[in-house]
Design a protein around this ligand. Structure first.
Ligand code: ZN
Ligand code: ZN
Length: 195
């Protein structure tokens, strides 16, 4: 096996196994431990792996920053499950936005990669599909997240009842997204519009 090929396989193997012993790698590839140390040196330098006792570990955090990232995927603020909007991507990764505002903007940015989007029903807190949800804008109830604020409801009837009591307008997914994008284009100076 060519050294380059071996290096590639070593990298793939550590990634798959998460942790490998140097002795194990040396046996598997029938090369000396010295050679393994030389092969993994660039991986250590790149930060892909870290040395552990007698072996090496795949450094997941440096490779998948989003998987361990706690803030909103778009604006970075901390979020609560009460408003969180989740995007499940084709790559099986999940991105979480602090609220439907950031959720819809992010959804629009990476539309082709999104497999599913979910958000909570504002009244019952149950998880619903964002594509089928009803979105309330311009209501008098303020949740303290992003502006313009968007609340999500499972049923149109409940959304309309809510609007009767607290003001605002009810929109479908596509309508809400279009209106939000229009509003954001008019607010180019907002920190959210830049991301
Ligand atoms: Zn956000
Ligand atoms: Zn938000």
């Amino acid at each position: 096996m060519l050294p380059l090929e071996r290096k590639k396989r070593i990298k793939a193997l550590i990634e798959k196994e998460s942790h490998m012993k140097i002795t194990e790698l040396s046996k598997r590839f029938s090369v000396s431990e010295m050679t393994i140390h030389r092969d993994i040196k660039p991986l250590l330098e790149e930060g892909c792996i870290t040395k552990t006792f007698g072996g090496v570990s795949w450094n997941h955090e440096s490779n998948e920053p989003k998987a361990h990232y706690q803030g909103c995927t778009l604006c970075g603020r901390g979020y609560s499950e009460r408003l969180a909007y989740r995007l499940i991507l084709l790559s099986q990764q999940t991105e979480t936005a602090c609220c439907a505002h950031c959720g819809l903007l992010r959804h629009h940015q990476i539309e082709d990669e999104v497999m599913q989007a979910i958000c909570p029903d504002f009244l019952t807190n149950t998880t619903i599909s964002a594509l089928l949800a009803w979105f309330v804008l311009d209501t008098s109830v303020h949740m303290g997240c992003c502006h313009p604020q968007i609340l999500t409801f499972e049923s149109r009837e409940n959304a309309e009842k809510f609007v009767k009591g607290f003001g605002g307008h009810v929109y479908s997914f596509e309508e809400a997204k279009t209106i939000l994008l229009e509003k954001m284009n008019g607010l180019q100076n907002s920190c959210h519009a830049q991301k």
